[in-house]
Design a binder for this molecule. Structure first.
Ligand code: AMP
Ligand code: MG
Length: 348
């Protein structure tokens, strides 16, 4: 159902709302990625979400709301920081993990006593929550193990025939999943990096730490601790082609990738390269895709998952990517890219 034009077609929102109220599933756009939604208070709906995605049932879903009071309705011992963070960043790409009460079933939280909650900044998503009267449990609307969907066509590729409807709101804005913070301990802890970064959070709540379980070097997590967000423990998307990140000074990166590409092609391999608009013309061989512009870090976040899907379609054997440790969202971008690469990096 096409809801990409303003004013949003309210008939489609009503139809999607009826599906949700009857326990069905609807994929819908948010500003981060497309979500696969069901009524968060309905355990059967949550079971269906896991089934449609092929997602492990211990990996909890994020509950999407349209009013701050809904957060109060489903949590206990809500800390003051929740209100402060909501005032600063909601609606927006920040998910808060809080202690749950009995309103949200364990099926939605993967058996945990906490619930992850977010108010998305997308008119279609907010209209759907309001019209249906549901709080909407929604993980990313991809098959488990594939890149998160940033266009309705990605959702269609993965879930067509498995869900009742897709609301097509056009390509999403940000293109990376939300920042997740844990508010159940004394210090606000980032469980998954995203567009809202550490500095932005510190300005609002003072001290913020990073979950030691998600700080990696090339040998794995630096602390040996398990990530607290169950989803960060799973092997995430790995493209069909073997991805390696090449980082360092730009000229050296380009010449190294050119050399590696020539070697692999001589072995008969098909090679893909993730380049920027500034460097693309300097790659001599291989399938070169432009992820964006280094000066516009949002463009890189926006195109990352789409590029990974495109390389699968091109059926490349090997992928080399430049590194994108850009100032604001670089940590979130590199978190996803390093996972896709199984942490494989060459420093030049
Ligand atoms: P997705 O919506 O596909 O990005 O997945 C939701 C993410 O939120 C996964 O990484 C989950 O593990 C994480 N998450 C959801 N609920 C909780 C929770 N109660 N505690 C910690 N992490 C959570
Ligand atoms: Mg996901």
């Amino acid at each position: 159902m096409d809801v990409s034009e303003e004013p949003i077609n309210i008939e489609f929102i009503r139809e999607a709302s009826e599906i949700l109220k009857n326990g069905g599933l609807v994929a819908f756009p948010t500003e981060t990625v497309y979500g696969l939604g069901g009524d968060a208070t309905d355990k059967e709906a949550s079971r269906k979400i896991y089934q449609a995605k092929g997602r492990p049932s211990d990996n909890p879903l994020i509950v999407h709301i349209a009013k701050f009071e809904q957060l109060e309705q489903i949590t206990t011992d809500l800390p003051e920081t929740a209100k402060k963070l909501a005032d600063a960043f909601w609606p927006g790409p920040l998910t808060m993990v809080c202690n749950k009460n009995e309103v949200i079933p364990y099926e939605t939280t993967g058996g945990l006593d906490t619930v992850a909650v977010r108010m998305p900044n997308n008119p279609v998503a907010l209209a759907l929550i309001e019209e249906s009267g549901c709080m909407i449990a929604a993980p990313s609307a991809n098959t488990s193990g594939r890149p998160s969907p940033t266009k309705a066509s990605h959702v269609y590729e993965d879930l067509s025939g498995k869900i009742e409807a897709i609301l097509d709101g056009g390509p999403v804005d940000i293109g990376l999943e939300s920042t997740i913070v844990d508010l159940t301990e004394d210090i606000v802890t980032i469980l998954r990096p995203g567009y809202i970064n550490m500095d932005m959070l510190k300005e609002v709540v003072g001290e913020v730490r990073m979950d030691p379980g998600i700080v990696y070097n090339d040998k794995g997590t630096t602390s040996g601790a398990k990530p607290k967000a169950p989803g960060m423990r799973y092997k995430h998307y790995a493209p069909k082609g073997d991805l390696t990140i090449v980082s360092g000074e730009e000229n050296k990166v380009v010449s190294t990738i050119n050399k590696l590409t020539a070697d692999k092609r001589a072995e008969g391999k098909k090679v893909g390269i993730i380049a920027t608009s500034a460097t693309a013309g300097r790659y001599e061989q291989g399938e070169v895709l432009i992820i964006g512009d280094r000066e516009d870090e949002q463009s890189i976040a926006h195109n990352l998952y789409d590029i990974l899907r495109q390389f699968d379609e091109l059926d490349v054997d090997i992928i080399y990517s430049e590194s994108f440790a850009t100032p604001k969202i670089g940590q979130a971008i590199m978190n996803r890219l390093l996972k896709a690469a199984g942490q494989k990096t060459i420093e030049v």
